[in-house]
Design a protein around this ligand. Sequence first.
Ligand code: PLP
Length: 373
Amino acid sequence: MNKKIWLSSPHMGGKEKEFVNEAFETNWIAPLGPNVNGFESDITTYLNQEVYVSALSSGTAAIHLGLIMLGVGYGDEVICQSMTFSASANPIMYCGATPVFVDSERDTWNMSPKLLEEAINDRIAKNKKPKAIVAVHLYGMPYLVDEINEVALKYDIPVLEDSAEALGSTYNGVKCGTFGDISILSFNGNKIITTSGGGALISHDKKHKEKAIFLSTQARDVAPHYQHSEVGYNYRMSNVVAGIGRGQMLVLDERVNSRRNNYERYINELSDIDNISFLDELPNAFSNRWLSCILTDSFETRELIRTTLEKLDIETRPLWKPMHLQPIFSKYPSYVNGVSEDLFNRGLCLPSGSNLSQEDLTRVIDAIKNCFG
Ligand SMILES: *Cc1c(COP(=O)(O)O)cnc(C)c1O
């Protein structure tokens, strides 16, 4: 029996336990402590920009607080990339706001700037100017940052940059996670580095960090007793898991390299197959290749590969099902050009973990080649 090959599994570097042990030995078993501060400072250094990082319990929590801090409330509308994981959109619902979905362009599979502008104009014509734009770097591929920011600036709408999948990616040489009015990262178990569960909120404005920490620790006013003037949340990262994060930051660049090498091997060995194509980086973009994705020539080919590999204990996954096609979200406004639906029908994510061996990759590649005789 072959061992199971996973899509993307956690990959510890070795030093994580030392930081976690330190938390135990010093009794910092709380949602604050030296690992939390250390992890935030490691991320700040890595992003290499003047940014302020707050470590939180998840990427979803970071999006929720980010939307609140951008002023999103009950009855507002928020534009969201349709092709994404549901966690980009759910926090819009937590705020009592309405999501408005915008389809993708073909060059990065992310939000189409042209359709974004059309959507904004149409919402303004309906007297519902959007409060924020949630743009996503899917699978680590940077979205068209200049073009999206230009539209956002023109209409004076803030951008929440969902960089959950793109830690280590760059655009014009600048790290993803620094392009939004507020940006977020995720350290969930399947992401490029993990703290088992965790996230971060990033901003160029120090006040955003102070507010994120305030809101994520139950919104306590300054007083000797417990006093509250605002609704609070319990979203701060624990000092124990922040220790895992500190260990993971030491190997982040290696993880990006490994994931990019996986992708290189898939391209080198599969691009002869006419039924399969790949998404190249634009000249100013560098993807962490969080997941290696292929585009097949038809739904049937996609399913042939997926089901064949499943029988061989190799996990693959269709690309994200667009939000405007999800049962929970289909009733909300959407601006659609067919791109994300087509990608969903024909696209497949291949095993992409940084801990895959060359033998594992050979098994995946041979299995795909065998689908075509
Ligand atoms: C993983 C992910 C999130 C949510 O992050 P969690 O830490 O799992 O809450 C949000 N957006 C995208 C695009 C993601 O892939």
